[in-house]
Design a protein around this ligand. Structure first.
Ligand code: FAD
Ligand code: NAD
Length: 480
């Protein structure tokens, strides 16, 4: 006999577990199914984000940043150390501990909200029926008035460099190396390539990033991308643009990578190779063909602005659907769908979703880039402010980068904010809030910011857009 719920969620990543919690808060009887198993073959909630994504990568970025800061900058601020040593096994154990605590935390949240956690592989078999194959081999059918698909994404694989762990790996493999590679190559200088490239560079590897496109970070503001390429080169992250990988093979405890660029064919011998060329939605086999779930040409589940699929009562959220593959975007869609099911009016503000790259300096942005505004023929003003003129950045010894604010020439509404610099990941929240509430650059300029803080750079960029920055020569530009 089938178990009956108000809502069944497939996937307990950030999109799915947040949807499940919000549905439970709104009084619904909820089950959330997930198939993820950890290294000890135990069920583990939290999806890509908690198990092999946002959290473990940030734990290693943080640890490697501290290691590098002490090694390279300690003496400059009066901290002298001798015998500094890396204990990679302990660093990995600390990362795994954080992951364990957070994945367990999701279980605790499920218990607190009386959500039934179901462990197994789920498939939508009818618009109100989900079939689950449990790890034991038992099959169960869950019935629900509403189904939320939140199956997430997986790394894209390429035939030219097939995975051969531990030599040729995806991001999951590169989060768990048991020694620092002497030479580390990455295919794809995108977000994962830059973050994991930074981790291993800081720990001592030579890092080469092979990027197929001629333009670096094509999805970021061009001025920010240009500045970041300069900063990364200075750290020894060697980015080779226009590099098309032809083949990669494992030979004699090493990987040989052959690629082509404008100059011709090249070959590199490295210890480890990461393939990070994007991710694809996990939609294959998620619904029985007779269920009739509509996918788009790239395999994303087709949804409207409220994440409704073509099947009544069936929703899809997170990496499984259009839009940026970001945990916070999926979480907000989870909340929206739960509220829509409860009959409330809810929406996600897709115009103000922040993006962050957790390198050093960090890169963060929200809203439109300058090239996008130019392309759309929109008139805008630009205000910029360098961290070199910010007291807190000076005191912390990290003055790399700047804040750039774009405002509508006529209405003064903030259209985009782009930051490269210390703690950009935290600073972008104030800009996101401003954009969400439709603030003008004048609103930001009139706001009082604490001194001395890095956020004063955002204030000064807004003042600069107004033509009245205090702590820098005027940098306002008008563009039609
Ligand atoms: P997922 O997190 O992928 O979760 C989907 C869940 O569904 C999984 O647990 C899976 O087991 C389950 N599932 C799939 N199919 C089935 C099925 N048929 N039956 C049962 N269960 C199923 N994003 C950020 O915003 N910030 C970051 O700093 C960041 N860092 C990242 C670093 C790395 C290395 C990677 C790989 C990704 C990173 N991301 C980051 C992206 C982020 O992890 C994803 O955007 C996010 O996890 C998507 O959430 P989701 O719930 O849609 O899917
Ligand atoms: P990405 O889209 O950020 O970058 C992939 C890069 O690989 C691109 O620059 C692309 O031009 C390049 N590329 C594609 N095919 C190639 C080939 N054959 N040879 C060489 N280069 C090639 O993808 P990613 O870095 O794999 O990350 C996947 C997703 O995970 C992203 O959508 C990202 O949003 C998410 N993520 C987010 C964060 C964060 O928010 N900080 C961190 C990690 C991952």
């Amino acid at each position: 006999m089938a178990d009956r719920f108000d809502v069944v969620v497939i996937g307990a990543g950030p999109a799915g577990y947040v949807a499940a919690i919000r549905c439970a808060q709104l009084g619904m009887k909820v089950a959330c199914v997930d198939r993820w198993r950890d290294a000890e073959d135990k069920p583990s909630l939290g999806g890509t984000c908690l198990n092999v994504g946002c959290i473990p990568s940030k734990a290693l970025l943080e640890a490697s940043e501290q290691f590098q800061a002490i090694r390279d900058h300690g003496a400059g601020i009066g901290i002298k150390l001798s015998g500094l040593e890396l204990d990679l096994a302990a660093m990995m154990a600390a990362k795994n501990k954080v992951v364990g605590e957070l994945t367990h935390g999701v279980e605790t949240l499920f218990q607190a909200h009386r959500i039934s956690g179901v462990y197994g592989d789920a498939r939508l078999v009818g618009k109100q029926q989900v079939e689950v194959s449990e790890h034991s081999g038992t099959k169960r059918v869950l019935e629900a008035a509403h189904v939320i698909l939140a199956a997430g994404s997986a790394p894209t694989e390429i035939g030219e460099a097939q995975l051969a762990p531990p030599y040729i790996v995806d991001s999951t493999g590169a989060l768990a190396f048991d020694r620092v590679p002497r030479r580390f190559a990455v295919i794809g200088a995108g977000v994962i390539g830059l973050e994991l490239g930074s981790v291993w560079r800081r720990l001592g590897a030579e890092v080469i990033l092979l990027e197929a496109q001629e333009q670096f970070l094509s999805f970021a503001d061009e001025q920010i991308a240009k500045e970041s390429l300069k900063q990364f080169a200075a750290q020894g992250l060697e980015v080779r643009l226009g590099a098309r990988v032809m083949r990669a093979e494992v030979k004699n405890d090493a990987v040989s990578v052959v690629y082509q660029d404008k100059q011709g064919e090249h070959s590199e011998q490295v210890d480890r190779l990461l393939v990070s060329v994007g991710r694809r939605p996990c939609s294959h086999g998620l619904a029985a063909p007779e269920a009739g779930l509509l996918l788009d040409e790239w395999g994303f589940v087709h949804v409207d602005e409220h994440c409704r699929t073509n099947l009544p009562g069936v929703y899809a959220i997170g990496d499984l659907v259009r839009g940026p593959m970001l945990a916070h975007k999926g979480m907000e869609e989870g909340v929206m769908v739960a509220e829509v099911i409860a009959g409330q009016s809810a929406r996600v503000d897709y115009t103000a979703i922040p993006s962050v790259i957790y390198t050093l300096p960090e890169i963060a942005w929200v809203g439109k880039s300058e090239q996008a505004l130019k392309g759309a023929g929109q008139s805008y003003r630009v205000g910029t402010f360098p961290f070199a003129a910010n007291g807190r950045a000076k005191a912390a010894g990290d003055t790399r980068g700047f804040v750039k604010l774009l405002a509508d020439e006529t209405t003064d509404r903030v259209l985009g904010v782009h930051i490269i610099g210390p703690h950009a990941s935290e600073l972008i929240s104030a800009a996101t809030l401003a954009m969400h509430f439709g603030a003008s650059s004048e609103d930001l300029a009139l706001t009082v910011f604490a001194h001395p803080t890095l956020s004063e750079a955002l204030h000064e960029a807004a003042l600069s857009a107004q033509g009245r920055a205090i702590h820098a020569a005027q940098t306002r530009r008008r563009t039609r």
